[in-house]
Design a protein around this ligand. Structure first.
Ligand SMILES: [Zn+2]
Length: 139
């Protein structure tokens, strides 16, 4: 996808950023046949890319998960795109159903990256996941 098209779609998503009720505001959407579907902000504890895909996959058929080609996820704060690379859990959950992911990087020289989800690596876990794991270890 060309950068100017990504910018156009990402700007559309950024208009929904205030619907996120968390401090770190992300929005994701499924791009299917050049059209945008299921724009979803993150909720406390649930990441935007997962919400958007879940909504899309159940959109037409509740029984079988529908795969999608492209998922776009952004973080947007103070009028700027920030790093929105998917976390380890989202990569694991989505890699068999989503082909590519485009995410904002927060790097002005290279503001968006498009990667195959199965090739993507991120050891970063969200605070929530860490908290849950700490609690489990404490028992
Ligand atoms: Zn995530």
């Amino acid at each position: 996808m060309k950068l100017n098209k990504i910018f156009r779609l990402a700007s559309l998503l950024s208009r929904c950023i205030e619907k996120s009720t968390t401090q770190k505001k992300h929005v994701a959407a499924v791009i299917d046949n050049g059209k945008i579907h299921c724009i979803r902000p993150n909720n406390p504890g649930v990441h935007a890319e997962f919400l958007s895909f879940s909504n899309f996959s159940n959109y037409k058929n509740n029984k079988s998960k529908k795969n999608c080609k492209i998922l776009l996820v952004i973080r947007f704060e103070n009028g700027m795109f920030k790093n929105s690379k998917p976390c380890k859990e989202c990569i694991e959950k989505l890699k068999h159903h989503v082909k590519k992911i485009i995410y904002s990087t927060g790097d002005i020289c290279n503001p968006f990256v498009c990667e195959k989800l199965e090739d993507l690596k991120n050891n970063w876990q969200s605070n929530l996941v860490k908290k849950i794991k700490d609690r489990v270890y404490m028992k």
